[in-house]
Design a protein around this ligand. Structure first.
Ligand code: NAI
Length: 735
């Protein structure tokens, strides 16, 4: 038999060594080619008497198998899309389960195995590296599992992170090996574990040095010619118990369901379905359990959540990170050394992520103590990591050695790129640009981290405006995954290419946005936060506002976010805008509230220990400030939770849609990535544009109009969306 995605070598003992090795790819995944090959192998394996057993391994240095190719699954997958009837579609989804079941039973019926009338041929997995999702599920279907003794090897089922569940037997074999609790943790959180943890949980049987894996696996196969999986044997019991009458299991099911709803607010059906698979699968025979799993998997595959999450969080995120927006004409650029100007809050963070990305950093500030303080920020991060055992001292020292604090511009002479993060003052920036350009090479790209000043304006101070660009980070830099890249009117292709290459090196997600006040995220977040403050002014209970946001799936409530970014800063920006625009200033309606909170009451936000919340000085948990009702009385009639959710949702959808309509973000993909990774827009939606598609553009326009009537013109939908609705267009092409 010939295979393309794998190689099979039969040895003198009749043991087939299956080496999965997808041609032309750095990592193995379940794609159509591998499904076809593996399925053919399993058919042959089950009936060919010359083959006594099998060892499954990978030909990739980077790992064993990283799961299913989500491109194959997205929108139902090519196979399911081609299949005509629902039944055929289900069968396509059931394919992986069927194949893996055949591998572990050698095609014998469960009853024959149970009665001892038949045995399966032994299959061992020699796992040389990462095995995730369908990769780990293949391993679980083997009778013996040996994994490389390397703490970096990841074993897990991360499907939940894209709105799916482990659909290759993971929800059934994991609890039968590791117990319900461990299986639920793995499948509902999606976090991988290392080989030692997997060993302790009973998921694998052995860890061994990488170069001995195959030999050990073969030895095991040879020594165990007739095998049956534990769950196919008489009297099988789940570790820790299972079933509707087992006290521990009953407790587990009750508690895990309650916890899941608290954590997900019913926004992630995958979590619910995983728990259903664990319960339902535990009270039926194994073959039925697999069908139940496939049934739930199939339901998820057709859900908008999975479609949207796969598209944004996987496909589009990867495309952005691989430089989809990068000008093809520019060759990959080498960035060895970066000059970071300004070692304040942002500069210090930028220096850290740059050094972590392997680059050298010259960290320049006005005074050496400032520059040194900026470097100390990196030290505090790596010290913590070392303390927790997440980084070796040697690695920490290397990282710190890459950062050179300085006040001397001459130290910038051999950098490849500049990132400027000095005060947000055009004169200070102009001065720094001039001084820097006097020493750097002609071909160095200059990126500014300004948050409000137009790049085109700043570039006027540069001798080389084609090499000038905006690279906008978010605070805290080491945690926030998004970077907005802003080409100015005269930025050239090389500037854009280098900015994207740099963001790739620090492993963040870039979006390219238009040079306009606030760029993308800062045009959406302020109106959203204003809306929450308007609600307070109207007398909506702050707790209702915060809970509505959290039940939508936002990580924090808007009032907590206002406190975090500081009311005082909000007021300063408001005052500056008022002054700048004069009589053209359009009141937002929160002026009075800001005045009361900041000027009258000194409630400036979290840093001051008081804002919309109280922050106990002993570090205790923050709680909403009751006194607000004395200034903005609680209204008698409160909106329902659904109404509050809708208002908070549309307060983000409308400005995001406006940015897309105005070309500030060029495509729905960038709008979605920017929202999820920039301000924590609920990931289950796939982002605001995906969500508008899910709602339906027509319905979105209708709802926005009705909110505009109720609350004001700021909710009116952009004309572009009215036109789309009229033409029955969608933002994304239908899958
Ligand atoms: P910061 O005030 O914490 O730091 C600014 C640093 O620049 C200070 O250490 C200061 O000593 C130094 N500096 C000032 N003038 C200088 C000069 N002439 N030469 C050398 N160093 C000089 O400010 P932050 O928050 O770090 O902001 C820096 C830039 O990043 C600003 O443009 C800001 O708009 C932008 N930004 C800020 C964000 C935030 O959340 N704070 C988010 C994104 C961008």
């Amino acid at each position: 038999m010939t295979y393309t995605a794998m190689k099979v070598d039969l040895d003198a003992d009749g043991i087939a060594l299956v080496t999965i090795d997808l041609p032309g790819q750095s990592m193995n995944v379940w794609n159509e080619a591998l499904m076809t090959d593996f399925s053919a192998f399993v058919e042959d394996f089950a009936k060919n008497d010359a083959v006594k057993g099998a060892v499954i391994t990978s030909g990739k240095a980077s790992g064993f198998l990283a799961g299913a190719d989500l491109r194959m699954l997205g929108g139902g997958g090519p196979k399911t899309a081609r299949a005509a009837t629902k039944q055929e579609q289900f069968e396509a989804v059931f394919g992986l389960n069927k194949m893996l079941r055949k591998l572990e039973t050698s095609g014998h019926p469960a009853k024959a195995l149970l009665n001892g009338d038949a045995y399966a041929k032994p299959v061992a997995a020699a796992v040389n590296g990462l095995a995730l999702g369908g990769g780990l599920e293949l391993v679980l279907a083997c009778h013996h599992r040996i994994v490389a003794d390397d703490p970096k090897v990841q074993l897990g089922v991360p499907e939940v992170q894209v709105g799916l569940l482990p659909g290759g037997g993971g929800t059934q074999r994991l609890p039968r090996l590791a117990g319900l609790q461990n299986a639920a943790m793995l499948a509902t959180q999606g976090q991988p574990i290392d080989p030692q943890t997997a060993l302790a949980q009973g998921i694998i049987q052995e860890v061994a040095p990488r170069d001995q894996l195959v030999a050990k696996a073969k030895a095991w196969v040879k020594a165990n010619p007739k095998v049956v999986q534990p769950w196919d044997k008489k009297g099988f019991k789940y570790p820790g118990g299972a079933g509707p009458t087992h006290p521990a299991a009953v407790q587990f099911h009750m508690a895990s369901n309650a916890m899941a709803q608290r954590e997900t607010n019913h926004n992630y059906p995958a979590v619910q379905y995983i728990l259903s698979c664990l319960y339902e699968g535990s009270v039926v025979p194994f073959d039925t359990a697999l069908k139940i799993e496939s049934k739930y998997f199939f339901k998820l595959l057709q859900s908008p959540q999975a479609r949207n999450m796969i598209r944004t969080l996987f496909i589009n995120k990867q495309a952005a990170e691989k430089g989809e927006q990068r000008p093809k004409s520019v060759e990959k650029l080498s960035i060895r050394k970066v000059g970071v100007l300004g070692a304040g809050m942002m500069g210090a963070g930028i220096a850290y992520v740059t050094a972590k990305g392997g680059m050298e950093v010259v960290l320049l500030d006005r005074d050496l103590p400032y520059a040194e303080k900026g470097k100390a920020y990196s030290k505090s991060i790596v010290d913590k990591a070392v303390g927790k055992g997440k980084m070796t001292q040697a690695k920490a020292d290397e990282l710190l050695a890459r950062i050179k604090p300085t006040v001397d511009y001459a130290d910038l002479k051999d950098v490849d790129m500049i990132i400027e993060a000095v005060f947000e003052d055009p004169d200070v920036k102009a001065d720094v640009i001039r001084k820097t350009e006097a020493v750097i090479r002609n071909d160095v790209i200059f990126a500014s981290n300004t948050s409000t000043l137009p790049i085109t304006g700043l570039a006027k101070h540069s001798e080389r405006p084609d090499q000038f660009i905006g690279v906008h980070f978010f605070s805290p830099v080491d945690k926030m995954p998004l970077v907005e890249i802003i080409p100015g009117a005269r930025s050239g292709d090389k500037a854009l290419a280098m900015a994207l290459d740099y963001v790739g090196m620090i492993k963040k997600t870039p979006i390219v946005v238009k040079d306009t006040r606030g760029f993308y995220t800062n045009r959406v977040v302020p109106p959203y936060l204003n809306e929450a403050m308007l609600m307070v002014k109207e007398g909506v209970k702050p707790a209702l506002i915060e809970n509505a946001a959290k039940s939508l799936g936002l990580p924090v409530g808007p009032l907590a976010l206002v406190d975090e970014t500081s009311l005082e800063l909000g007021k300063r920006i408001m005052d500056a805008t008022k002054k700048e625009l004069g009589k053209d200033y359009k009141p937002t309606g929160v002026e009075e509230l800001m005045e009361v909170m900041v000027t009258k009451l000194g409630r400036m936000g979290r840093k001051a220990g008081k804002g919309f919340y109280e922050y106990p000085s002993d570090g205790g948990k923050k709680f909403l400030w009751k006194g607000i009702a004395d200034y903005f009385p609680t209204a008698k009639e409160q909106p329902s939770l659904e109404e509050a959710k809708e208002r908070i949702l549309y307060a983000q959808l409308i400005p995001a849609a406006q940015c897309y309509a105005d070309g500030i973000v060029h495509d729905p993909q960038s709008a979605d990535l920017g929202a999820i990774f920039g301000w924590g827009f609920p990931p289950w939606t796939g982002g605001p544009m995906s969500h508008i598609d899910t709602i339906g553009v027509e319905e979105f326009v209708r709802k926005a109009d009705s909110l505009a009537q109720k609350y004001g013109a700021r909710f009116a939908p952009p004309q572009k969306f009215r036109d789309m609705a009229a033409k029955k267009e969608t933002l994304y092409k239908a899958a």
